[in-house]
Write a new protein. Structure first.
Length: 433
């Protein structure tokens, strides 16, 4: 008997449930391969629950703790939370990455992910793991405590929304532009809390860090997970990160079969996409940057897990090489991980950013999530590479945040207003990527 065609999401969930197959809509008990928590929603939230239950961790080897929200601990509250986090890591003997960068970037770069895994994260942008062919999604502290205690989670087998990008992106157009366009076209409930899967020639041509941006912002589409079938690009990245292919199983078979059941199938032409910006106060307020008003900006922010990875910094440097930010504009750069910052420094990228006038901030979530001393002040207009621009999220409620790719953020910093990055690319800014 020939097996029915199934989606990538079904294959991963079926394995986690110990089943030969699962159907969308079924509720299954799934074994969790890895749980990721951070300093904000982690030990200080889950430990009291574990103590009330009188239980420990199901498997300390399958828990990763990362400090990234309260880093660098420059307030009394932040220092206390970081100290509690460090004590818990030592007590519970879990893998701990302390101040190394944003959890969604550190987790894969340290080799913790592999294709086919089912992973839960204590953060809303946990779908980032889907870029590596893992089914990863975010949960709250109460549900995370249950996972830490039992190693299992109830899961409704998702439908799949397939988003196909045919053709190739033109220079100056990035994964961030894809996601802003999708938020504008499909809305922030377009993912319907199902599995969003990205496919097509344009997706296959992206680097892993660009794919991470797609999966990360499945959260902005309202999806539970953001999946990309693993390929040789995935394998090369994970091998370099120290993940052992021997433990991946039949990872080449982790893809959606032709004829598999889909909730929706959207097809877009990559060659038609222009750089995008999202106006305050929603990622769904998106459209081509050429259609946006040339709004003056006070702050340009290169930060967050969607905007300050190595590839993002390299893209910004293409614009900033040989240029300076406009008078009156503050360019803030918070590299997403220490490793990415060190690599960018070795490659001359950090020097380009600093010579252009950038001010460096810690490797942390920072003002993207409303933390740190650089939060936006009253009536400030900011162009940001973050995933969200909700009112008051990055500082004062009167501030206004526009979203764009790192290329668009850098070009806007130079121009002093929101602007299309492509003319600056063609004018001969150096390619440092």
């Amino acid at each position: 008997m020939t097996a029915s065609p199934t989606t990538l999401a079904q294959k991963i969930v079926a394995r986690a449930a110990g089943r030969a197959g699962v159907a969308p809509g079924e509720i299954v008990t799934a074994r969790v391969d890895l749980a990721m928590i951070h300093d904000s929603g982690g030990p200080r939230r889950v430990e009291p629950i574990l103590q009330d239950l009188g239980v420990g961790l199901f498997d300390a080897n399958k828990v990763v703790l990362i400090s990234d929200h309260f880093v660098p601990g420059d307030t009394d509250e932040g220092a206390r939370i970081l100290e509690l986090t460090r004590q818990w890591a030592a007590q519970r003997k879990v893998a701990f990455h302390d101040g190394e960068g944003i959890c969604h970037v550190v987790l894969p770069e340290r080799g913790h992910l592999a294709p086919g895994m089912l992973v839960v994260g204590g953060d809303s942008h946990s779908p980032t793991g889907g870029a590596f062919g893992a089914y990863m999604f975010g949960v709250g502290a109460t549900e995370m405590a249950g996972v830490l205690a039992t190693g299992e989670i109830w899961l409704k087998v998702p439908e799949t929304i397939l988003i196909e990008w045919r053709g190739r992106l033109f220079d100056g157009v990035t994964a961030k532009d894809i996601m802003l366009a999708l938020c504008g076209r499909l809305g922030m409930d377009g993912g319907k809390y199902q599995a969003v899967e990205y496919t097509g020639e344009a997706i296959a041509a992206l680097s892993m860090q660009e794919r991470m941006t797609l999966s990360n912002m499945a959260a902005e589409l309202g999806g539970q997970a953001g999946l990309i079938a693993p390929d040789e690009v995935t394998a090369a990245f994970l091998r370099d990160a120290g993940s052992d292919p021997a433990g991946w199983g039949d990872w080449q078979g982790l893809r959606t079969d032709p004829g598999a059941p889909l909730m929706e199938h959207h097809v877009f032409a990559a060659g038609d996409l222009a750089p995008q910006v999202a106006a305050p106060h929603s990622p769904a307020n998106s459209g081509p940057v050429g259609d946006a008003p040339a709004t003056p900006v006070d702050v340009a922010y290169l930060g967050a897990c969607t905007g300050a990875k190595y590839q993002d910094l390299a893209n910004a440097a293409r614009i900033l090489k040989g240029r300076r930010v406009a008078s009156g504009v503050e360019l803030l750069v918070a590299p997403a991980s220490r490793r990415d910052q060190d690599r960018a420094a070795r490659d001359g990228i950090m020097a380009v950013l600093e010579e252009a006038g950038a001010k460096l901030l810690p490797n942390a979530c920072g003002i993207c999530a409303g933390y740190g001393s650089a939060r936006l002040g009253e009536d400030v207009t900011c162009i940001s590479s973050t995933a969200r621009n909700f009112k008051g999220r990055m500082g004062a409620a009167s501030s206004k945040v526009w979203l764009g790719s790192p290329l668009t953020v850098a070009a806007s910093a130079v121009a002093g207003r929101i602007t299309d990055p492509r003319p600056m690319l063609t004018e001969g800014a150096g390619d440092t990527a």
